[in-house]
Design a protein around this ligand. Structure first.
Ligand code: ZN
Length: 785
């Protein structure tokens, strides 16, 4: 049976009893669009190999175990057996459903069916609709249902983001239904949603909001989806109950409170606000989502379309951490920004949404999969001269592997869209559309971005009148877009940032030729610093610098394996462009015979660099943002950068291990334990404190450690606590607020007896004195002797 007949699509369910808002534009089912030969198709097929390399029984083990059944294999390791057990299984189900829709490959369907049958066994064994791999989950859900809620940003009742984890299986079941037509998945999804209703039925709204302090993915989105599928108001009520007011309310008022927040915790919540608005029509929620999107895209994103440093939104007027950190934009964030963009576009089909979508898809998403060996990227550093790390199927089970499995299955989702019988051409990607309902076939052939033309061949079953809306991207100059129909020039009625409407009686074999002249432009770092990214059309260009010291290029199963931990090359040794930003495009010379390849002259040290699309840069150090200075500024700048660099380098070299308290990944990578603790942000720095205690496990594999350096804030007052290492007291600390409005550090020597017994593992514990508070702690740095 052809799957397209079974497809029901996002928000387009005719039997829905709710006052579902009609979308202005609708997507085509993924199964009606096929990718033709292009980097996107290559990425999709490489992803399929990765999918096939994973052992389903190992992904299913957490679900069976938690249901009291005998698993057929052991859990995978890494994040799959240290707290987020089962999260990849949910993503995997989503990826199989989407890959099946996108390719029709029967192996994907067979795998999906096997996953569903095993998950069904687990759900049936649980007996109450529950289905999850959260280790020891049943006990904490019981506590929560009784109102015993202990929520931190990255924990809930001492577990690592269980709501985030369970959202993945909700989404997997939904996708198996929506993309691959599985009625079984739909029933399982509804059962699991009914379980969530029972979970919170005795909780007040305040208690639910308290619980939502803990990261929870897009649970509100999925509950709104279930409301749309079933037409039952109770699920819409649940979606609203699971909408985090601390994020929603400021967005409704157009207040930007995002600085310091964990980015990928917030984006899915906002998709949910938008999805609730689609189902119930509350425009203030839709407007909140649009405001968030504009804020993130216009003020918080770099040229590749990604956002965040060390997973958090940094201040909009200070991107220095973006340039310095090895932990630049996270792939999951852009996965979710694309999803939000899709929802906004469908209700308000503006070119600006597709301009961002195209930008982020080519330059971030496509770039995050190694096209030959496979492997997904977590962080994409913008630090000049740094590099990225790739996952491996048997070792790496991070969030960005989960979203990565899905990313490369769905490039076909928005190439086209339709409104009634009119068709939108949004993206210039080789593909074919087979619109069953209207009997229209459309093929797009292009080598874009290596060529500036695209040819659309239109094959309606019978001659029919409709409008073809062709996107006039912002990156094409006014008046430069050229359109012919069957070889005849047509007047382009439209400007960059609009759709060009071609209305006529289309007949079999009609050809539309588009010419999209690309030009080289520069884009400054949003904080106004003199760092510039160079683009040709919508494509971000980058220079490969070298391939030395790519430590951990393919990640092992260690907790920090996703971070490119090799040496950071000094920023002051990176090539600098001498001149001004306006001159930069003219300094770029196309290289003969090599499409999308340029030579950049005019660099410091008389260097020349070759620039290519960033999505083609792999297994290498690179530069995306180039420092641009005038000749007069050069010397002073180099001296200052060298001095800053020397200080940082000395600190890095003296550091054995490091935790940033209050930041999710560093904390979970160092196996945080805690009781009665809190975290937050002060002047862009994260902190943690506790009326109880918290601790981290620091690593000293080589036995180099000698002291502990702790960062405090000068105004913290009346805080008495102890620091212990492996149970032994290291110091009593008393903070009295006397240091004023600045951060300061204190070094504590670690006694040799403790180090001798430590075996490379030092658990550092901050414990409040009775009635007092331990912390705030801003940095825990284990240093050499
Ligand atoms: Zn991620």
């Amino acid at each position: 049976m052809k799957i397209r007949k079974l497809i029901v699509f996002l928000g387009l369910l005719p039997l829905c009893a709710l006052a579902q808002q009609k979308q202005a534009v609708e997507v085509f089912p993924l199964s009606e669009v096929r990718l033709l030969d292009s980097p996107f198709r290559t990425a999709m097929m490489t992803d399929m190999d990765y999918i096939l390399a994973l052992d389903m029984d190992r992904l299913l083990a957490p679900y069976l175990k938690e249901a009291g059944l005998q698993p057929k294999a052991e859990n995978y390791g890494n994040w799959e057996n240290t707290g987020l057990d089962g999260h990849i299984g949910g993503h995997y189900l989503s990826a199989l459903a989407k890959m099946y829709a996108a390719t029709g490959d029967q192996r994907m369907k067979d795998r999906m069916d096997y996953m569903l049958s095993e998950l069904k066994r687990a759900q049936d064994a649980n007996g109450d609709g529950y289905l999850s791999g959260v280790p020891g989950g049943k006990a904490i859900w019981k506590e929560i249902s009784e109102g015993k809620i202990d929520a931190g940003s990255f924990s809930l009742n001492k577990k690592w983001v269980p709501l985030y984890n369970i959202h993945k299986i909700y989404a997997g079941l939904y996708d198996a239904y929506a993309f691959a037509g599985s009625e079984q998945a739909k029933e399982m999804l509804i059962g699991l949603t009914d379980w969530a209703i029972h979970l919170v039925q005795n909780l007040s709204d305040e208690q639910i909001q308290e619980m939502l302090r803990s990261e929870h993915g897009g649970l509100n989105e999925i509950f709104a989806d279930v409301a749309a599928i079933t037409g039952d108001e109770k699920y819409l009520k649940l979606a609203k109950q699971f909408s985090h007011r601390a994020i929603l309310d400021p967005l409704i008022k157009h207040e930007d409170q995002l600085t310091g927040m964990h980015a990928n915790t917030q984006i899915p919540k906002v998709i949910g606000f938008k999805r609730v608005a689609e189902v119930d029509g509350d425009q203030s929620w839709a407007d909140a989502a649009r405001y968030f999107w504009e804020n993130v895209v216009d003020k918080r994103s770099v040229s590749i379309g990604g956002n965040s440093v060390r997973e958090h939104f940094h201040p909009v007027d200070d991107f220095s951490s973006m340039i310095e950190s090895e932990q630049g934009p996270e792939t999951c964030n852009t996965y979710n920004m694309l999803k939000l963009t899709k929802h906004l576009f469908l209700s308000d089909p503006q070119v600006k949404y597709m301009d961002y979508y195209e930008r982020a898809m080519y330059n971030h998403i496509l770039s995050t999969e190694e096209p030959d060996h496979g492997g997904f990227v977590y962080f994409t550093p913008m630090r000049p001269g740094h590099y990225r790390v790739y996952s491996q199927p048997q070792t790496s089970f991070w969030c960005c592997v989960g979203s990565g499995l899905e990313n490369h299955t769905k490039y076909g989702e928005l190439i086209y869209a339709h409104s009634g019988e009119d068709v939108y051409v949004n993206l210039f990607i080789p593909s074919s559309l087979d619109w069953q309902e209207k009997g229209l076939e459309l093929t797009q052939e292009t080598k874009f971005p290596d060529a500036e033309t695209s040819t659309l061949t239109i094959n309606p079953k019978k001659k029919s009148e409709f409008t073809l809306y062709v996107r006039y991207p912002k990156w094409v100059e006014a008046g430069a877009l050229n359109v012919t129909v069957n070889g005849e020039q047509v007047a382009v009625d439209g400007a960059p940032g609009e759709y060009v409407a071609l209305r006529r009686h289309w007949k079999k074999g009609d050809k539309v030729e588009l010419t999209l002249p690309m030009r080289t432009t520069v884009e400054q770092l949003p904080d106004g610093e003199s760092y510039y990214s160079i683009l040709h059309g919508p494509i971000v260009l980058a220079a490969k610098t070298d391939t030395t010291d790519l430590v951990g290029l393919y990640a092992d199963d260690s907790r920090g394996g996703h971070i490119a931990a090799g040496p950071k090359y000094p920023l002051n040794e990176m090539p600098v462009v001498i001149g001004s930003a306006d001159q930069l495009p003219a300094m770029m010379k196309p290289v003969d015979g090599k499409p999308m390849t340029f030579r950049l002259n005019g660099l410091s040290d008389e260097k020349t660099l070759e620039l290519i699309p960033f999505f083609r840069v792999h297994e290498s150090r690179y530069i995306v943002y180039f420092k641009v200075v005038s000749k007069a500024e050069l010397k002073a700048m180099e001296e200052k950068m060298a001095a800053d660099e020397a200080v940082q380098k000395a600190l890095d070299e003296a550091t054995v291990d490091l935790v940033f308290p209050g930041e999710q990944q560093p904390e979970s990578d160092h196996f945080i334990q805690s009781e009665n603790t809190n975290s937050g942000v002060n002047q862009g720095k994260h902190w943690r404190d506790a009326t109880g205690w918290f601790s981290y496990q620091l690593n000293d594999k080589a036995g180099d450690a000698g002291k502990l350096r702790i960062m405090y804030f000068g105004l913290d007052n009346g805080r008495n606590f102890s620091i212990r290492i492996n149970g032994e007291k290291l110091a009593d600390v008393s903070l009295d607020g006397s240091k004023g409005l600045e951060f300061f550090t204190v070094d504590y020597n670690i006694p040799q007896e403790i180090l001798d017994k430590a075996d490379g593992k030092l658990r550092v514990k901050f414990e409040a004195a009775p009635g007092s508070v331990a912390g705030g702690i801003y940095e825990v740095r284990l240093m050499k002797k």
